[in-house]
Design a protein around this ligand. Sequence first.
Ligand SMILES: C[S@@+](CC[C@H](N)C(=O)[O-])C[C@H]1O[C@@H](n2cnc3c(N)ncnc32)[C@H](O)[C@@H]1O
Length: 279
Amino acid sequence: MGYANRRSMEASLNEAQLLDTQRAFDSVAADYDGPRGNNELIQRMRVTLWDTVAREVPAGSQLLDIGCGTGIDALEFASRGYQVVASDWSPAMVGRTRSRAAVAGLESNVMAVHLGVQELDQLKDEFDGIYSNFGPLNCAPDLHAVAEQCARLIKPGGKLVFSVIGRICPWEMGHYAMRGRFRRASVRGTRGPAAVGMNKHTIWTYYYLPREFYRAFDSLFSLESYRALSLFMPPPYLVDTYRRRRSWYERMGRLDDRLGALPLLRDMGDHFLIVMRKR
Ligand SMILES: C[S@@+](CC[C@H](N)C(=O)[O-])C[C@H]1O[C@@H](n2cnc3c(N)ncnc32)[C@H](O)[C@@H]1O
């Protein structure tokens, strides 16, 4: 199938849907550093992205964060000496990132900008690395356009490190199927954007297998690696399950660390972490 055909088959998000998603994240920005956006299971996945970015992109260089949320990752990288442009479609999230940078005294290392992933053409800077953590790219209306903009914004040899919500999450399927919620159990199988509820709002979300995601980037970026995140560990919204048997699930976490990059296993999990290099 030709590139243009493939592209036109994926229904793009309209303006109203983008605004739904924006309102959803605005509504949770104030407490997003709490259990919803930064619990133990999320923090565990966060460290994997931090280590990967630090390995792939030299300290002191320029990073772009797409969908920065409250700026936890941007501030982590700023404290390690990177210069970060932290962007997000939710103005309330951008405000949180700005104040986090001010409190840490790292305003000169973090520039927070209100910019959707669909507006990357407005950026003029050049970056050594671009990262996106916990699914902002699942909300992008046109992944091929994101790939084109990343290719324009990144220096030769620069790296992309993205954590993306995957299609096959055995934990989620089992959890909802056991409760008779079969539609919820199969939501990640949706073709095109799915309406996912959060805080009485709607987030319009595309789910991807790693290979479906990479297809949008493959003419411009080579695939360096990908791995599962939270395959044996429960997904973050099941943090209470984790807390009830913490030491048992920590063992599951070690299995994630050891086995998550193996063929087949790397295609599953709550998220996947993918690394690409500019061709
Ligand atoms: C699950 S949160 C992750 C936030 C942050 N990266 C983190 O790790 O905590 C998803 C973020 O994507 C942002 N987002 C949603 N749609 C977006 C879009 N079209 N462009 C840019 N950011 C978007 C949301 O506002 C939200 O901050």
